[in-house]
Write a protein that binds this ligand. Structure first.
Ligand code: NAD
Length: 356
């Protein structure tokens, strides 16, 4: 199965298709935002010809005591039986020797090489400008996240920034395919003036792949100026592709441009699997308060349906989120309102049902 974001809008209404999806509620505020998203998923199955079978699994720091790891092998086996998964936020232990984050491990197990982070202006969500709509695609498997780090001598640390032609080419192709379904403008971001070998390979891979997409306008930006241009002219970007660490930084900057963590979602896409998550973490101080914004997680399930080829269902959820925000009656604290997590989930689910 190839990555299928933004595929044929009419393919989903012909027959009822059952998709097995993994659900990892996570911890902290995770179960609350995942529950709110399930209200929306339950609603969409009543109004669209789409059927979802949920396989729930354990993952997160709470598993370490019971299973000795934050990602038990039985959870990985369960996910292998699914086409995609929704991953709630999890706490990442920081002590030396503790396991890697669940997201990083899943990206590596399922070779989820493209991290896709949309940034779009939404009604009643404070954004820097009113007309922002771009996507950051971050290479997800190598760069400074290769895990190859060592202490060469006492007090001398070395991290290896691994960039390969093959990984650069596939993320370049993914981004070019994506922009062909949008405004056909690809910005590639690097630091080739300093990192001449590693970013030289990345740049060349993008240039070579772009030759197969003559309709796409290419823009070449260094990472330092890219961070500034995102503030100065965010509305001019369509798709941005970059290496792992630069993508990590740019995508968080992008989330902030359009209203922050409560509404930011990410997709992790490979050739055979997709993992979808809110960008935020487990926000321990809000655990159990039914207070945080579930839109980031609902937006993650919208992207998951799009990936599964259920474009009509995905668009219906997108419109429901938009209308609830536009009306401005049900807003969580981060958007200046008093609504609870479950109120927001229910309001969006109701809009999905009423739009039938
Ligand atoms: P966080 O994202 O959990 O929360 C930071 C602050 O952002 C919160 O205190 C809150 O004010 C706000 N916020 C977060 N989510 C929100 C929402 N849905 N609605 C409204 N406001 C929201 O970041 P943190 O406190 O630095 O991290 C907590 C834990 O989560 C850490 O263990 C960290 O490693 C982990 N983490 C996990 C992921 C993930 O699972 N993908 C991502 C980031 C952080």
């Amino acid at each position: 199965m190839k990555a299928r974001l933004n595929c044929d809008p009419d393919s989903s209404h012909l027959s009822v298709k059952t998709h097995k999806i993994g659900v990892l509620p996570g911890e902290g505020i995770g179960p609350e935002v995942v529950d709110a998203s399930m209200m929306v998923l339950d609603a969409i199955q009543k109004v669209e010809l789409v059927k979802l079978e949920y396989l729930k699994g354990d993952a997160g720091a709470y598993c370490i005591e019971k299973f000795g790891t934050n990602l038990p092998p039985q959870t990985v086996e369960m996910l292998r039986m699914t086409s995609a998964c929704l991953k709630g936020p999890m706490t990442t232990p920081e002590e030396p020797g503790s396991p890697r984050s669940v997201a990083v491990t899943l990206r590596s197990i399922f070779d989820l090489y493209a991290n896709v982070r949309p940034a779009r202006t939404l009604p009643n969500v404070a954004a820097l400008k009113p007309n922002i709509d771009f996507i950051v695609v971050r290479e997800n498997t190598e760069g400074l996240y290769s895990g190859k780090e060592f202490e060469a001598a006492p007090g001398v640390g070395v991290a290896m920034r691994v960039i390969t032609k093959a990984a650069s080419e596939r993320v370049a192709k993914f981004s070019l395919d994506l922009t062909m379904k949008r405004r056909k403008r690809l910005t590639f971001v690097h630091k080739g003036n300093i990192l001449k070998i590693t970013d030289g390979i990345f740049k060349q891979a993008v240039f070579d792949m772009a030759k197969k997409f003559p309709d796409v306008e290419l823009e070449d930006l260094h990472i330092d100026i890219a961070t500034a241009q995102l503030i100065k002219r965010p509305e001019s970007f369509d798709v941005i592709v970059t290496t792992n660490l630069f993508g990590d930084i740019l995508s968080d900057e992008a989330a902030q441009l359009v209203g922050g963590l409560g509404v930011a979602a990410g997709a992790n896409i490979g050739d055979h699997y997709g993992m979808f998550e809110p960008v935020h973490g487990s926000a321990p101080k809000y655990t159990g308060q039914n207070k945080v914004n579930p839109i980031a997680t609902i937006e993650a399930v919208r992207m998951m349906l799009e990936y599964l080829g259920e474009r009509r269902a995905a668009d219906r959820i997108g419109r429901a989120i938009y209308r609830v925000l536009e009306e401005g009656k049900v807003l969580t604290y981060d958007l200046g309102g008093l609504a609870k997590t479950s109120d927001m989930g229910r309001a969006i689910a109701d809009k999905v049902l009423k739009s039938a």
